[in-house]
Ligand binder design. Structure first.
Ligand SMILES: Nc1nc2c(c(=O)[nH]1)N[C@H]1C(S)=C(S)[C@@H](COP(=O)(O)O)O[C@H]1N2
Ligand SMILES: [Mo]
Length: 260
């Protein structure tokens, strides 16, 4: 006699079984992800450091990621996007003070800024010449990578006005601008688009008063589209270049672009 194939009966799954199955899957996924995370971490920490140059101190894959992010951000960067501004009354009276790397010789520079063109030609511009031009003011939220931010009020010469007035329009067609303290102890490199952003200023005033020494007298950069690290105090020289200028914090592992 032929056995009729038994009809498969669907076994009802109890709630407990469902929970167990779900637990099993989640622990499995958790396990796989943990191993992947650990492997990824090992890969990063056993991979070589980048070749020290303009940037340094970071594992090569991490720098590749930072550079990719920079390209993505630079594509969407627009000089028409303005950083949020605030009424003057909202500006901090006790302005935070941060590091003072490169502060030797600020007083002795006599407020003279050396501008170096791509071809090596240089010209000296005095603080008085800068102050004689139209002043631009800004009140905005200054952000430091160390995790603090503060609404601050700055005044000075718009960088685009500086470029135009001192005959540097051709120079501003290059890819980068670099700035250094008189003692060359602190220096930053900026992509030209960010430097030429309408809110970037060479500041000689804070809260409507002459810039105090600890905040960067005689002249400091206020570049609201960047983190604090790029806002160099005590500018001694400004130079134009098609290659990335040296940058203090980039040499110490930070992102070269450091945009907001
Ligand atoms: N010359 C010089 N500029 C500098 C620095 C520095 O150490 N030296 N520190 C930068 C950092 S990290 C920040 S957050 C701001 C702080 O400016 P403040 O001291 O006016 O608050 O200055 C920037 N410019
Ligand atoms: Mo900072």
């Amino acid at each position: 006699m032929e056995n009729k194939p038994e009809k498969k009966t669907k076994v009802a799954i109890t709630t407990e079984q469902k929970i167990k199955r779900r637990d099993f899957i989640s622990f499995g996924v958790f396990g796989v992800l943990s191993v992947a995370a650990y492997k990824g971490w090992r890969l990063l920490y056993t991979s070589p450091n980048e070749v020290a140059g303009v940037t340094a101190g970071v594992r090569a894959p991490l720098r590749r990621a930072l550079n990719k992010t920079e390209l993505a951000f630079r594509r969407v960067f627009s000089n028409k996007n303005l950083v949020k501004t605030y009424p003057k009354e909202m500006a901090a009276k006790n302005v935070r003070h941060n590091s003072d790397i490169g502060s030797k010789g600020a007083e002795t520079s006599g407020g003279v800024i050396q501008v170096i063109k791509h071809n090596g030609e240089s010209q000296n511009i005095t603080l008085d010449q800068i102050k004689a031009l139209k002043k631009t003011e800004i009140v905005y939220d200054f952000k430091c990578v160390e995790g603090w931010d503060q609404i601050q009020y700055w005044g000075g010469l718009k960088f685009t006005d500086f470029v135009e007035h001192f005959g540097l329009t051709d120079q501003a067609k290059l890819a980068y601008v670099g700035m250094m303290t008189p003692d060359k102890g602190y220096y930053v490199g900026l992509d030209m688009d960010s430097a030429m952003h309408p809110q970037t200023i060479l500041a000689y005033e804070m809260n409507g008063q002459p810039l105090p020494l600890k905040h960067g007298a005689p002249l400091r950069l206020i570049i609201p589209v960047k983190y604090g690290i790029k806002n160099i105090k005590r500018i001694g020289s400004i130079y134009f270049s098609n290659t990335r200028p040296r940058d203090y914090w980039a040499e110490n592992g930070y992102d070269y672009y450091s945009g907001l």
